[in-house]
Structure formats: C-alpha cells, structure tokens
Design a protein around this ligand. Structure first.
Ligand code: NI
Ligand code: MN
Length: 232
C-alpha cells in the first residue's frame, strides 16, 4: 500500500492490487502541491465534502481518466447531472470497489459546493474508511471537529491501522483536539493533514508529534512533505 500526500487533504492511495484511489483532489489551486494536475491519474475519486479545497479538480480528473466519483448522495447528484459516472453513498454505508471496501463515516463539518460562482447544497460532510485487499484499514477523516464517535465508532469499532487527521485548526480540529482524536482512535500510524496550505492553518507538525507522545504513545506519527509517499 502506498499513500502519496499531495498537500492539504489530498491523498493518492495505491492498493496492493495497484488500484489508485484519489481522495479530495485539490491540486491546481493547492499552494502546497507542485504536481501538475495533468500528471494525476485515478481509478476512483472519493470526495469528503463540497468545499473547493476538497472537491478541487475532481471534475477535470474524472473527465480525463474516466474514474468514477464516490461522494455523498447530494454531491453525487451534482456530478451525475454534469454527465459523470458517480456512486452516491451516505454515512454508515459501504461500497466495494474491486476488493476494496469503502465505508462512509461521519464528520462534523459543512459541505456546500462552491462551483462557478454558485453555492449548491452539498449534503453532509464525511470521512472514509478504506479496507484494502490485505485487510488493512486507512481512515481519511475529511474536515472534522472532535466528536465522540471518533472514539466509539471509528476507534472501538472500525479500528483503522492508519489515520489521516486534520490538525490545522480554524476550520477543523487543531493540535490539542487532533491529539485527543488520535488517543481515541489509537491507530498504529497517524499522518497529519490540512495544515500549512494557507497562513490561517499554520502549524508545526513537530508540536503534534510531542502531543501524541503523551496522549497516544503507541501511535507513530508520520510527517510527510507534500509530494512524499508513505509505503506500508
Ligand atoms: Ni471544508
Ligand atoms: Mn477544508
């Protein structure tokens, strides 16, 4: 399994069977992503919510690659009306893509779609759990605050091996809340995201490492540079 961080909340997850899942493909307007959007490919695109820093270049990439788009019901309708192949889901539901099980989970956040100077209701923000062919689970939290089901549903029930957690504050959890989320989820590895893309979400990830050493010492923090790949 490979996870390439494209900056912000954008990740390219490559499975054991070499399927490429693109999550929140904010590429061309992403100040921390230097990869040209034309170089991005995908077999599947998953979107956690409608905000431009997550919806990103999903249309361009879906159009060019033919990748199916998975999102909540409302965003899925939005895509299908533009002629794209989509699969709508909702919180608590799962869907199979080849031998990968994708579960949509809750996130506490908003989700309106800001597209072509029009704001369209975008349903409910979510996170995803990807259970890969070998059984390993990767959790992408999307944008979220701290909420109790991170402990009861994500941590105690889904038990992800790797968690991708926002730490930027202002629009999502900041360092303190994110460290409590990691304590509750107790993953083997955590990769921080949604920070340092813009000045208002500036964080020093080493401060997150220090907090995790106290809150969840069995969890390893993996700090990636945008463009860098974690192989696990
Ligand atoms: Ni957002
Ligand atoms: Mn965001």
């Amino acid at each position: 399994m490979k996870l390439r961080w494209l900056g912000h909340s954008a990740f390219e997850l490559t499975s054991e069977e070499n399927l490429k899942i693109l999550i929140d493909p904010f590429i061309s307007n992403n100040p921390s992503c230097s990869i040209p959007v034309e170089d991005i490919t995908a077999d599947l695109i998953c979107i956690t919510h409608g905000h431009a820093d997550h919806f990103g270049d999903a249309m361009e990439i879906a159009d060019r690659t033919g990748a199916m788009v998975i999102a909540n019901h409302e965003i899925s309708i939005f895509f299908s009306r533009q002629g794209f192949e989509t699969q709508g889901m909702n919180i608590g539901g799962s869907s199979n893509f080849h031998n990968i099980k994708i579960t949509m989970v809750d996130a506490i956040h908003s989700s309106d779609i800001d597209f072509m100077e029009e704001v369209t209701p975008g349903g409910k923000a979510c996170g995803f759990i990807f259970q890969l062919e070998n059984g390993k689970k990767v959790y992408h939290a999307g944008d979220t605050s701290l909420f109790s089901d991170l402990k009861f549903i994500i941590g105690n029930y889904y038990k992800p091996d790797i968690a991708l957690i926002p730490i930027g504050d202002r629009y999502t959890m900041g360092l303190q809340d994110a460290s409590i989320a990691v304590e509750w989820i107790s993953p083997q590895k955590v990769i921080p995201m949604h920070y340092n893309t813009f000045p208002v979400i500036k964080q020093d990830p080493e401060d997150f490492v220090d907090l995790i050493k106290i809150k969840s010492p069995e969890t390893e923090v993996i700090i990636l540079d945008p463009g860098e790949t974690y192989t696990g």
